[in-house]
Design a protein around this ligand. Structure first.
Ligand SMILES: C[S@@+](CC[C@H](N)C(=O)[O-])C[C@H]1O[C@@H](n2cnc3c(N)ncnc32)[C@H](O)[C@@H]1O
Length: 277
């Protein structure tokens, strides 16, 4: 494994402490794209792997605790060779505990994969590529391990929270983050727009497709706080900062609660697909 950067060291520490937090956030929320609703955004990615098409090697890059691999292994298709890659030992330990032994798990950085050149049919990735340093190197590694014509399909964040609660949350969060100087940045500007992702893929991939995915979420204020408190922004705050944020947030949420006490919001994602040229 190459030396991790400061952002990667933070991610490793975070995921050691909070393994499974991404699955907890997205695993139970329906995801809609192009008029079709899937049980979750993991189900959407899994649906891209065809059934019974002969031997296929599928890699889940930055697999976390393995929810996508769990969906694919539940197909009990002996022709599917499943491999998970992640740099977090905590997430990989959680994945190992719940996945069958035939799913291989590799602890490595996406920038330096040990997989053989041209050995993979599909590379999938859920909510991870937008966090990565040196994304050019990551795409070059993905291209190297895919067989010519192999498929890359990944979901990344498009926008943080939807509906009126977004502004309420940001208005409360920003001053606290500013006071503590705790902001954390991942990736680069190209990972924030469709045009940026397309430019990153342009050189080595063809048939690039990009579609919006909308994930619905109707939490109570307490559920909202529970989930948001495991985001990187809030995790970086001191206990005092987190306490202050919670104290200010819960009353502010009253303005955006529906009659049933819940908040109508969601997460906006992007599904990007491409073939290795
Ligand atoms: C937000 S979590 C998503 C996990 C999983 N894909 C899911 O959606 O449940 C991001 C994951 O990316 C991993 N990760 C981030 N940068 C990485 C890199 N350069 N190489 C390998 N894994 C990385 C983290 O360790 C973490 O498990």
């Amino acid at each position: 494994m190459n030396e991790p950067s400061a952002a990667e060291r933070y991610l490793q520490d975070f995921h050691q402490r909070t393994a499974g937090s991404t699955t907890a956030a997205f695993g139970g929320l329906p995801a809609t794209t192009d008029g079709t609703t899937y049980a979750s955004s993991y189900h959407l990615l899994a649906s891209l792997i065809p059934a019974h098409r002969g031997a296929l090697t599928v890699v889940d890059l930055a697999c976390g605790d393995g929810p996508l691999l769990a969906l694919l292994s539940a197909r009990a298709d002996a022709d599917l060779k499943l491999v998970g890659v992640d740099m977090s030992q905590g997430e990989l330990d959680a994945a190992r505990a719940k996945l069958p032994g035939h799913v291989s798990l590799l602890k490595e950085r996406a920038q330096a994969l040990s997989l053989e050149t041209g050995s993979v049919d599909y590379v999938l990735s859920h909510m991870a590529l937008m966090l990565m340093d040196d994304i050019d190197r990551v795409f070059s590694e993905i291209h190297r391990v895919l067989r010519p014509g192999g498929t890359l399909a990944f979901i990344v964040g498009r926008a943080f929270l939807s509906g009126p609660v977004k502004q309420v949350y940001l208005d409360v969060l920003r001053p606290v983050v500013h006071e503590e100087g705790a902001h954390v940045r991942f990736g680069d500007l190209r990972m924030q727009s469709e045009a940026g992702w397309r430019s990153l893929l342009a050189q080595a991939f063809c048939d690039v497709g990009c579609q919006d995915v909308d994930v619905s979420w109707h939490p109570t204020p307490e559920e909202f706080w529970e989930s948001l408190s495991t985001t990187y922004d809030v995790d970086r705050l001191s206990p005092k900062g987190r306490g202050m944020l919670r104290e200010r947030l819960l009353p502010a949420l009253a303005a955006v609660q529906d009659d049933d006490g819940r908040i109508r919001t969601g997460w906006s994602q992007r599904l990007i697909t491409a073939r290795a040229a």
